[in-house]
Ligand binder design. Structure first.
Ligand SMILES: NC(=O)c1ccc[n+]([C@@H]2O[C@H](COP(=O)([O-])OP(=O)(O)OC[C@H]3O[C@@H](n4cnc5c(N)ncnc54)[C@H](OP(=O)(O)O)[C@@H]3O)[C@@H](O)[C@H]2O)c1
Length: 267
């Protein structure tokens, strides 16, 4: 097929599984890591070339411009999972999550689009989160960043379809990747939210451990890439089809209560 794909955050979890799946489908695959040289063999997907990318650093993003000019498929997967009560989220943490989860992926997309448009073919997948569709307390910065990246994808989608370029969002539910260990947490020592926050985090970690595999999400991403007319949104994990169907049927307040009870919060 001769197409080239670039997958951000290809050293772990969903990104690594997606890079491996695309390589197995015959794509030339470029994967990124903040520090490719330090990756152990088990962190590398078979048949994938690794490039350095730190989404927190604009110069690092711009250094990928030559590679992105030749990319047919861009999977914006790398991201930060942040948690904390809105009252206690430091400004620096808010700026970083929007840089890493939103502004960085948008800039990578801008660098890839001219080549895709000129060649008349392109696929850009934003890896969002089901939490953007089902918001959760103490995850507001993460929910907002994933809603924002979905907004860019949905808003820009029809600018690109006349050129054969499709933007889509894949929203995973709970996926067993070990992301819980890497989650950033902000809570003060004497915080009035501490007890609730702790219960929510324990439930989040439990749900993640019981989640589906990264390979299942990768299969959804590959099917989105290979669709002739990719949908605006795909959701996978956490019983997504049933949960989205219920959301259409139930009042919003009931859905909010179900989401919070699943995370041991009585709201
Ligand atoms: N797991 C879940 O339950 C779940 C649910 C919904 C959505 N998601 C989303 O799915 C995506 C992947 O999640 P995952 O569970 O596979 O996570 P993961 O296992 O923690 O992998 C994250 C990847 O992102 C890279 N990365 C982290 N920070 C980065 C930065 N500042 N700049 C560039 N790369 C960075 C890491 O690479 P290096 O450390 O090598 O740089 C790693 O390859 C994320 O966007 C996440 O929000 C996950």
């Amino acid at each position: 097929m001769g197409r080239t794909a670039l997958v951000t955050g290809a050293s772990s979890g969903i990104g690594k599984a997606t890079a491996a799946a695309l390589a197995a489908r015959g794509f030339r695959v470029l994967g990124t890591s903040r520090d490719p040289e330090s990756l152990k063999p088990e962190q590398r997907a078979d048949g994938v070339e690794y490039l350095p990318l730190d989404l927190g650093d604009d110069a690092s993003i711009e250094s990928l411009a030559p590679a992105l000019a030749g990319v047919d498929v861009l999977i914006n997967n790398a991201g930060e999972s942040q948690s904390g009560p809105i009252e206690e989220l430091p400004g620096e943490a808010l700026r970083r999550i929007f840089q890493v989860n939103v502004l960085g992926p948008v800039r990578l997309t801008q660098l890839a689009l001219p080549g895709m448009r000129e060649r008349g073919y392109g696929r850009v997948v934003m890896v969002g989160s089901m939490l953007a569709s089902f918001p959760l307390a103490y995850r507001s910065s993460y929910v907002a960043s994933k809603a924002a990246i979905k907004g860019f994808s949905n808003g820009a989608r029809h600018e690109l379809t006349p050129f054969g370029v499709w933007l889509t969002t894949v929203e995973p539910g709970s996926i067993a990747t070990g992301i819980s260990e890497r989650r950033t947490k902000y809570i003060g020592a004497g915080s009035p939210y501490r007890e609730d926050f702790g219960r929510m985090l324990a439930a989040l970690d439990r749900n993640e451990r019981a989640g589906i595999t990264a390979e299942k999400v990768a299969a959804t991403i590959v099917s989105a890439v290979e669709a002739a007319r990719p949908k605006a949104r795909y959701a996978v994990g956490s019983n997504a089809p049933a949960v989205f169907a219920l959301r259409r049927l139930l009042p919003g307040g009931v859905v909010e209560r179900i989401v919070h009870r699943r995370h041991d919060l009585s709201r």
